[in-house]
Design a protein around this ligand. Sequence first.
Ligand code: ADP
Ligand code: MG
Length: 265
Amino acid sequence: MMLKIKNLSFSYKTKKGNNLVFDDLNIDFMPGFNVILGPNGSGKSTMLKSIFGLLSYKGEICFGGNEITKISSDEKAKLISYLPQMDIETSSLTVMEMVLLGRLPELTRRIKKKDLNIVNKTMNSLNISHLATRPFNELSGGQKKIVFIAQTLVREPKIILLDEPVNSLDLQKQLELCSLLRQIIDEKGINIIVVLHDINLACRFAHHIIILDSEGKLYSYGKPKEVVNKKMLEEVYGVVASVSYDENEIPSISAIRSVNRAVGK
Ligand code: ADP
Ligand code: MG
């Protein structure tokens, strides 16, 4: 077990009243590459925010026996890094500076050789070294996204939380990013919890998949082949789909139609 969510309840307070997202949710995250899947509004982003300690929830989220909200912010910066679901457009820093910022908790008064090494290595593995001296605000949306991802990775925390990191990346970069994440997990023992929309990409790379249903309830948690099937796709996503398995039992899906008959009529 890596991270434990115990009796988690959370509501957003809005002008129209409370918007309940989680009601007594329990999950024991296993080490490795965890992917959170679920339809829009099921609470995926809210779950990452809770884990990063940004929300005042009821219940407990524990890492190594410590409640996340009780860990000091300095300690937390070393423990967890978090890439929110976002598209920030403006910054006059260069790409190199943006990525280097990820080492900020580690930077004392001067940039050390070690920091530069980690930054260079990460930029190499994400294929953005050639962009190093370019102003950040001149990059394409996808390139910006990779810079933010690099910033998250150079912190070398114990847990990395990524909210839809591959959106706006082309197919090749999606695969490269997911391979790099697997490599980081294998080489450095870092744990990753990532929200993805692409079920096939999740199946290819995840060790474990968490399925949240539209009510924010845990529908299932397990290996890709254990959780991705026709029944889940129908009950959670409301789609009729075919599912096939490759020689390693990795599922891949092809969505056929919505179960909602009104759609398209
Ligand atoms: P997901 O990331 O799975 O699409 P979210 O975690 O963003 O879902 O949202 C879960 C639910 O909480 C949705 O019903 C959404 O409308 C609501 N919600 C999200 N953020 C806020 C907010 N800041 N204030 C009020 N309601 C919110
Ligand atoms: Mg979200």
